[in-house]
Design a binder for this molecule. Structure first.
Ligand SMILES: C=CC1=C(C)c2cc3[nH]c(cc4nc(cc5[nH]c(cc1n2)c(C)c5CCC(=O)O)C(CCC(=O)O)=C4C)c(C)c3C=C
Ligand SMILES: [Fe+2]
Ligand SMILES: [Fe+2]
Length: 330
């Protein structure tokens, strides 16, 4: 029998529907939008709204959007996450001179976080490093991963030892990987008037109540601008993917892109640093939808910069984050 690995790695991302059909999207949205870390309204208000309106109208609309980005291998988020896990296993195994298992666990949909833990257990891992693929901490993402880890641990007699990576918004290897993806893009496409950094939004209220997400987004943005030696006028932060009626973080990406051409910004490079993997929100909303908005408003050149995905420097960042956690066991 193979010896137990020194540790196993659970790579966590948000998750995605099993297929781009209204039924599968409804199943996914029901689980996602029922998480009180994501929508924290009183269940008396939220449940009738979710079950009575949102789950009856949104799935058909959103399924069409998923169909526009779906690949022959499946949802981009899933396909790319699998590639990340495979490459990370190879690099970690070389670092630690033994096979280090890496499994995926999705907060919503499949494979679940429980399944990821069970797969690691089946490979003999008694120590597990949980790495949520969210560079910036938010209660709506990272804390919900922590909740799911705690729920799993409640169900087992002999719990594994756990290390949990909370964020990596200012890690030098993360900033280096982002900077490399921008300079590589400039080499092919030239440099636009402005670099727009579009982060996923959250409700403003979450920030007022102590979520450090907004501050961490701005720190990432400033460090990246510094590394690229950009002047203040050459970059700007905005927030995308707003949901519902509440005020979310501003400026909103779509509104800003509609205003920029009138301010003389005719070309933009757009990067989405909060996403470790391309997905519906980057490939449809930003790469397709926001481009239409910018060009319709008089912009002449709109270029989307892909997420870090399975770039060599991204896998190297993930390897370093794991190594740093593993060292605390030595
Ligand atoms: C309802 C509130 C939402 C909050 C808060 C939120 C935060 C948040 N989300 C991501 C990353 C992703 N979100 C994705 C899709 C998505 N997000 C919401 C809503 C909230 N997100 C919805 C309803 C959806 C599904 C699509 C839709 O109906 O519009 C995805 C993509 C999934 C995919 O299958 O491709 C990601 C990734 C972050 C990082 C974040 C907070 C910082
Ligand atoms: Fe989201
Ligand atoms: Fe969206």
């Amino acid at each position: 029998m193979n010896p137990s690995p020194a540790f196993g790695v659970l790579l966590v991302n948000l998750g995605t529907p099993d297929e781009p059909s209204p039924k599968a999207v409804k199943r996914f949205l029901r689980q996602f939008l029922s998480d009180p870390r994501v929508v924290d309204l009183s269940p008396w208000i939220w449940k009738p709204l979710l079950n009575g309106i949102i789950l009856n109208t949104r799935p058909a609309k959103v399924a069409k959007l998923y169909q526009s980005v779906w690949t022959s291998e499946g949802s981009p988020l899933m396909v790319i996450s699998e590639r990340q896990a495979q490459k990370l296993t190879v690099d970690l195994s070389a670092t630690f001179n033994q096979t280090i298992p890496v499994e995926l666990g999705m907060s919503y949909g499949n494979p679940s976080i429980d399944t990821g833990f069970e797969r690691l257990k089946a490979q003999g891992a008694e120590r597990i490093i949980v790495l949520p693929l969210y560079p910036q901490y938010s209660c709506s993402t990272v804390a919900s991963v922590f909740d799911a880890v705690a729920s799993y641990l409640k169900t087992v007699r002999d719990i594994p030892l756990i290390r949990f990576n909370k964020d990596y918004f200012d890690h030098s290897a993360y900033i280096a990987a982002l900077a490399h993806s921008v300079t590589r893009h400039w080499k092919t496409h030239g440099q636009a008037d402005k670099l727009l950094l579009s982060f996923h939004g959250i409700p403003q209220r979450y920030v007022k109540e102590g979520d450090p997400y907004r501050e961490q987004c701005f720190t990432t943005a400033k460090l990246l601008a510094q590394k690229l030696a950009l002047h203040e006028s050459q970059w700007q932060v905005c927030f995308q993917s707003r949901f519902g009626r509440e005020q979310w973080l501003t400026p909103y990406a779509d509104q800003l892109l509609a205003e920029l051409p009138a301010q003389g910004v005719k070309s933009v490079d757009v990067i989405c640093p909060a996403f470790a993997t391309d997905c519906l929100e980057t490939l449809e909303e930003i790469s397709i939808g926001a481009k239409e908005t910018f060009l319709a408003a008089g912009g002449s050149d709109y270029r989307f910069i892909p997420c870090l995905n399975d770039d060599e420097l991204h896998i190297e960042l993930l390897r370093q984050l794991i190594q740093e956690q593993a060292l605390s066991w030595v």
